[in-house]
Design a protein around this ligand. Structure first.
Ligand code: SF4
Ligand code: SF4
Length: 170
């Protein structure tokens, strides 16, 4: 039996893929501008109103409001850098909802150390890997009713047999 303490746990880290910030865009509003880089921001789902400041490092990027660095459907503070990475230009003063947001409870890493899939809750696997999708449907979904520790143990073990590593996000 695998003890809970040796089940791979990892602190959630944001890979800055930008997906949540793109979809959160419709809930975050720039309500009032105090200067070109200092604003009041409204989070529509919670009603939170807070002051936000663009980080000096991202000032030029923030002020460029043309594609491909900006799209009007995104969060108004999200930009895409020249290298293609997404950047929250108000990261230090971002809303509480952004600080606590976790896009997944588990990550699946393939044999090459690359993230092959993300899981929300216990069931909702997001992956472009058809083999992983098939294994998940056949061997992991039926475990969904087990208590937490047992689910983790079995899921880690079963995916391990197929060369995948399951990381549980803390
Ligand atoms: S929280 Fe998740 S979805 Fe959002 S940018 Fe980070 S890794 Fe991507
Ligand atoms: S404020 Fe920043 S972290 Fe929050 S949705 Fe916008 S870009 Fe993402």
């Amino acid at each position: 039996m695998i003890k809970d303490s040796v089940i791979p746990m990892a602190t959630f880290t944001c890979t800055r893929c930008g997906k949540c910030c793109i979809s959160l865009g419709r809930h975050i509003r720039l309500e009032r501008s105090l200067s070109p880089t200092s604003h009041s921001c409204r989070v529509q789902v919670t009603g939170e109103l807070l002051p936000v400041q663009v980080h000096p490092e991202y000032r030029a990027l923030y002020l460029s409001r043309a594609p491909p660095s900006f799209d009007s459907s995104w969060c108004p503070f999200l930009r895409r850098s020249e290298g293609g990475a997404f950047v929250c230009t108000i990261y230090s003063s971002r809303p509480g909802i952004c600080r606590t947001f976790r896009c997944c409870t588990m990550r699946v890493i393939d044999g090459g150390g690359i993230e092959a899939g993300k899981v929300k809750g216990r069931r909702d696997l997001q992956t472009d890997d058809p083999r992983l999708r098939e294994i998940w449907s056949r061997e992991i979904l039926p475990l969904g009713g087990l208590p937490d520790a047992e689910f983790r143990e079995k899921a880690v073990h079963k995916l391990g047999e197929h060369g995948y590593r399951l990381m549980i996000m803390e």
